[in-house]
Design a protein around this ligand. Structure first.
Ligand SMILES: [Mg+2]
Length: 265
């Protein structure tokens, strides 16, 4: 975590979700919820994640319960900003969704099936929910199934981390195999055990561009916080936009940052 910059000069703080505000696929804890709510009273806040809107509901919104004034400061960009939600009064409304065509999604699913064969990929014996999930604007592979953290809670998170450490090479091989079958799409290793496929040019830099365009905030007035700003990480694209970025190792460091801002706001 770098030294905090002058938060008073920023008009919006943009967070990654998994590994930044929450543990992977888990809800925000009570302490983070309180800090996040306080920050919303003072600043506009956006969240960009590869996760679908369902994940935002479970991980972020379920516990948040903010006032209409604070909610008006919250902007949500699921599936790498291919969807955008904001509050109008008490209602959360979808502003846009860049859906892929049925044919595009079919092609991506088929590419995964072929890639499994290409590299002799063996699925784990026990998986939880769908392995290749069609999220409309994105198709996502999850090695242990989409629902593992929902079903097993912390144990699911532990298993995901363990899987990543044990099978990192295989996951990278699978990402490359899928990418070589889908040159016209963006294929990225994201989270601990996931591979996201979107249309080309859809990444967190796209999200930054959407915020600039739709909220009328310049890049110099944005601040991004994420746990995967290293090369190859799913926050890395943010760096090339010129937006100021702060790398954190996890939610605890994010809490420290928010506390330091709340002291001066
Ligand atoms: Mg992350």
């Amino acid at each position: 975590m770098q030294a905090p910059m002058d938060i008073t000069q920023k008009k919006i703080v943009i967070f990654d979700l998994d590994g930044t505000l929450t543990e992977t696929k888990s809800p925000m804890d009570g302490e983070m919820t309180g800090l996040f709510r306080q920050l919303l009273e003072k600043k506009r806040v956006a969240v960009i994640s590869g996760g679908g809107f369902g994940q935002f509901k479970k991980q972020l919104l379920a516990a948040l319960q903010c006032s209409p004034e604070s909610c008006a400061n919250l902007f949500l960009f699921p599936t790498s900003a291919t969807r955008f939600y904001k509050y109008q009064g008490d209602d959360l409304v979808e502003v846009y969704a860049d859906l892929m065509t049925v044919e595009e999604r079919r092609k991506i699913k088929e590419a995964f099936e072929r890639a499994f064969e290409d590299i002799g990929y063996q699925h784990p014996e026990k998986v939880y929910g769908e392995i290749v999930e069609d999220r409309g604007t994105q198709v996502t592979f999850s090695a242990l199934g989409q629902d593992i953290a929902d079903v097993l809670g912390e144990e699911g998170v532990r298993q995901k981390k363990e899987f990543r450490v044990k099978h990192e090479q295989k996951l990278k091989e699978l990402t490359a195999a899928v990418a070589s079958r889908l040159p016209e799409f963006e294929v990225r290793l994201a989270g601990h055990t996931s591979i996201d496929v979107t249309r080309k040019g859809i990444d967190k830099a796209y999200g930054i561009h959407q915020i600039e365009k739709l909220l009328g905030i310049s890049r110099a007035q944005m601040l991004f916080v994420g746990d995967a700003l290293y090369e190859g990480g799913n926050d890395y694209a943010t760096k090339r936009t010129g937006v100021e970025c702060i790398a954190v190792t996890g939610p605890e460091e994010t809490k420290q940052l928010i506390r330091s801002w709340l002291n001066v706001l």
